[in-house]
Design a protein around this ligand. Structure first.
Ligand SMILES: NC(=O)c1ccc[n+]([C@@H]2O[C@H](COP(=O)([O-])OP(=O)(O)OC[C@H]3O[C@@H](n4cnc5c(N)ncnc54)[C@H](O)[C@@H]3O)[C@@H](O)[C@H]2O)c1
Length: 299
C-alpha cells in the first residue's frame, strides 16, 4: 500500500501561535504522518500561546486521530523580520515581549536547532507566516515603509530562512510556504503590499527550488491556499466575506478546511512528492480555475 510516512523526519513549522491557522494544521498533519515537529512563534504571541497550551485550551485542536495530543518537540521564539539579532533595533530587543526570550532572529533559530539536535537536524521546513501592517490600505495608499515591511516579513523571510537553515537540512528535505491568489489576480481589500509580497514569494519559490536543489538537495514548493478565517487573516477585515465568496463560486462548494491544506503540505513534504519542486499547488477547492462568478451567471 502506498504510504505517506514521515516517521524519522524532523520538521520545523515557522508561524504557529494558536490552533486556528494553516501552520498549526500543517504541524498536525506532519505529526499524524509520523514526523517530529517543532514550531517557531512570533515573540509577541509566544506567552499567550504557551499559556493556551498549558491551560489545555488547545487540547481539542491538538487531538490526533489515534486519540493522542499533538506535542511540539521545541517551541522557539522567532521574529522572521530579522536575519540576525543585531538587525533588530535596540528598543525592540529591550521591550517586554522580546527581552527574555534570547536570540529570536533566524540566525538564533538556526543556532538553537544545532545546539538541540546537531549539525544537520532538519528534514522539513514550513514557512507559514506573513504580516502586512497596512494590509487594509489600497496599494495606492500604502506607504513605502508598510510595503517594504510586508515584503520583508512575508517574502524575504523565506529567502533568509533558506539561506540560514538550508545547510542544516538533510538531503531530500522539503520546504513549503503558503501563498495566496492575490499574487496573480486582483483581490480588493488585500492591500498594503501583501499582494506584492505573495508575488515575490511565488517567484522566489522557483529560484530557491533551483538554487537550494543544487546546493542542498532539497525541494521548495508553495501552496496557494484559499481564504481561511485565521487570526492573521482577521486583520484583513473582510475575511468572512472572502470565505463565503469562494464557497459560492468555487467548483467545490464546501468551505475549505485548514486540514485540507495540512494534508496537501504533508504530501509535498513526503517522499511521495520527490519529483516535485518549484511548483505552486492550489489548495482552494478549485476557485483559481474560475473565470466568472457563479452568482452572476444565473447557472
Ligand atoms: N488565512 C488565509 O486566508 C490565507 C490564505 C492564503 C495564504 N495564507 C498564508 O498562510 C500563512 C499562515 O497564515 P494564517 O492565515 O494561517 O494565519 P496564522 O495567524 O495562523 O499565521 C500567521 C503567523 O505569522 C506569525 N507572524 C507574524 N509576523 C511574524 C514575524 N515577524 N515573525 C514570525 N512570525 C510572524 C503570527 O504570529 C502567526 O502565528 C501566511 O503566509 C498567510 O499569508 C493565509
Amino acid at each position: 500500500m502506498l504510504n505517506l510516512d514521515l516517521s524519522g523526519k524532523r520538521a520545523l513549522v515557522a508561524g504557529v501561535a494558536d490552533d486556528a491557522g494553516y501552520g498549526f494544521a500543517i504541524a498536525k498533519a506532519l505529526a499524524e504522518a509520523g514526523a517530529t515537529v517543532s514550531v517557531g512563534t512570533w515573540p509577541p504571541a509566544l506567552n499567550i500561546f504557551l499559556n493556551l497550551l498549558e491551560r489545555g485550551k488547545l487540547d481539542e485542536g491538538r487531538r490526533l486521530p489515534d486519540g493522542s495530543l499533538l506535542t511540539f518537540e521545541k517551541i522557539y521564539p522567532l521574529d522572521a523580520a530579522f536575519s540576525t539579532l543585531e538587525d533588530a533595533p535596540q528598543p525592540l530587543r529591550e521591550s517586554k515581549r522580546y527581552n527574555a526570550v534570547g536570540d529570536f532572529s533566524i540566525d538564533g533559530l538556526a543556532k538553537r536547532l544545532v545546539e538541540d539536535f546537531g549539525e544537520r537536524p532538519l528534514d522539513i521546513l514550513v514557512h507559514s507566516l506573513a504580516n502586512g501592517p497596512e494590509v487594509k490600505k489600497p496599494l495606492l495608499e500604502t506607504s513605502r515603509g508598510g510595503y517594504l515591511e510586508a515584503v520583508s516579513v512575508s517574502a524575504y523571510s523565506l529567502v533568509a530562512m533558506m539561506s540560514r537553515l538550508g545547510p542544516l537540512m538533510r538531503p531530500e528535505g522539503s520546504v513549503v510556504s503558503l501563498s495566496y491568489m492575490a499574487s496573480e489576480r486582483v483581490v480588493p481589500g488585500y492591500g498594503g503590499g501583501m499582494s506584492s509580497a505573495k508575488a515575490a514569494l511565488e517567484s522566489d519559490t522557483r529560484v530557491l527550488a533551483f538554487e537550494a536543489g543544487r546546493r542542498f538537495g532539497v525541494r521548495v514548493n508553495a501552496i496557494s491556499a484559499g481564504p481561511l478565517a485565521s487570526r492573521a487573516a482577521s486583520a484583513i477585515g473582510i475575511i468572512e466575506r472572502m470565505v463565503q465568496y469562494v464557497s459560492r463560486n468555487a467548483p467545490l462548494s464546501q468551505p475549505l478546511s485548514a486540514r485540507e491544506v495540512g494534508t496537501a503540505a504533508a504530501f509535498l513534504c513526503s517522499p511521495l512528492a520527490s519529483g516535485i519542486t518549484g511548483t505552486l499547488l492550489y489548495v482552494d477547492k478549485g476557485y483559481h480555475a474560475m473565470g466568472m462568478a457563479v452568482a452572476d451567471t444565473g447557472v
